[in-house]
Ligand binder design. Structure first.
Ligand SMILES: C[S@@+](CC[C@H](N)C(=O)[O-])C[C@H]1O[C@@H](n2cnc3c(N)ncnc32)[C@H](O)[C@@H]1O
Length: 270
């Protein structure tokens, strides 16, 4: 079947990613974390060592189907904050080309690396761009759980990388749990969890999420208290949640601070 024509932005005539109103919640926390992280850490770190990585960049804009709102996507959002360097990875060539065009007029264009490909396969190219003593925020925003644990492990090994991961719990883990269990370690869930999974102990989808958190902790994210931000669709069905992890207490303090209130300014009761 031929690929459907991409949606086009009324703002700049380039590809745009269709989404729903829930995306605003995700962007609220992304913006808040970029803000607190760059303001606090930019002062302490060498100026050329604060990097933002977007492993699933998209084309740079998204369109909320229900309202017609045409919003900047994660990569363009991050450009507004005080990172010194940016690495944008996207598998889809047309989407990456749209993103490149959108970044052409950015004053930071010389500090952006664009990498086309499956982030699980090109992660070494990403690592090569990182300053050895740098501090990094990695935003990992797949539409399924197609981020392999091995990729996260390689990216974070011996490096200071805060992780903000969109975990497709309702949209993928719950929906496909039975099939993934049957397929075992080579299933998408098996690779997401890093293989060698004690499947018999995973009785329900939330057991898989708990195992994921334990394995992230084992990568050195020991000081983290996890505080998840669930995101619901318009029928209030849980779709995914944002999961934050830092190796440093300070990251955890920042995350707690920005999640006291939700995107509507209400106190969060999690
Ligand atoms: C949910 S969208 C990301 C949206 C973007 N972060 C934003 O907020 O504007 C997921 C994107 O990841 C891309 N993608 C899917 N699998 C990928 C992979 N393995 N590596 C890199 N990009 C991938 C898709 O083409 C899609 O553009």
């Amino acid at each position: 079947m031929p690929k459907p024509a991409p949606a086009i932005s009324q703002i700049d005539g380039l590809n745009v990613r269709p989404s729903g109103p829930w995306i605003k919640k995700k962007y609220h926390y992304l913006k808040s974390y970029c803000d607190i992280f760059t303001r606090a850490m930019g002062k302490m770190w060498a100026p050329s060592a604060l990097t933002f990585i977007d492993l699933f960049s998209g084309p740079g804009r998204c369109l909320i189907k229900q309202t017609g709102e045409d919003l900047e996507g994660s990569s363009l959002i991050a450009l507004q904050y005080g990172f010194s360097d940016y690495i944008f990875v996207e598998q889809d060539r047309a989407a990456l080309n749209a993103l490149k065009t959108r970044c052409q007029n950015s004053p930071k264009r010389k500090n952006i690396s664009f990498i086309q490909g499956d982030c699980n396969l090109v992660i070494d190219q990403v690592i090569e761009q990182l300053h050895p003593q740098g501090l990094t925020l990695a935003f990992i925003d797949p539409a399924k759980i197609n981020i392999k644990f091995e990729t996260v492990k390689r990216l974070t090994e011996d490096r200071r990388v805060d992780l903000l991961i969109n975990i497709m719990d309702g949209m993928d883990i719950k929906r496909n749990f039975v099939r993934y269990k049957k397929q075992g370690n080579r299933s998408r869930l098996g690779e997401f969890l890093g293989g060698n999974v004690p499947w018999a102990k995973l009785r329900k989808p939330s057991d898989a999420v708990d195992l994921y958190k334990d394995r992230i902790k084992d990568l050195g994210y020991k000081t983290v208290e996890f505080k998840d931000i669930p995101v619901y669709n318009t029928r209030q069905a849980p779709m995914y949640f944002l999961f934050f992890a830092s190796k440093h207490d300070r990251g955890t303090v920042f995350w707690k601070k920005i999640t006291v209130k939700d995107d509507q300014g209400q106190i969060e009761f999690l």
